[in-house]
Write a protein that binds this ligand. Structure first.
Ligand SMILES: [Zn+2]
Length: 58
């Protein structure tokens, strides 16, 4: 039931989106050398690093 959010940045700010899962804003770092994702320790949302080179004609 936890959300997975795609991002194109290795640093993301999460505040839980307000509501019952809201929390103070924290910054999470995605390490591309790991598994390209980070899970917020507060609200358990998972941020997944997308592929910025796909879907854009250079
Ligand atoms: Zn969060």
């Amino acid at each position: 039931m936890f959300e997975t959010i795609e991002t194109f940045q290795t640093q993301v700010a999460c505040d839980g989106g307000g509501g019952p899962l809201g929390h103070p804003r924290v910054y999470l770092h995605i390490d591309p050398k790991q598994d390209n994702r980070v899970t917020c320790p507060y609200c358990s949302r998972t941020y997944v690093l997308g592929h910025p080179h796909l879907g854009h004609a250079a």
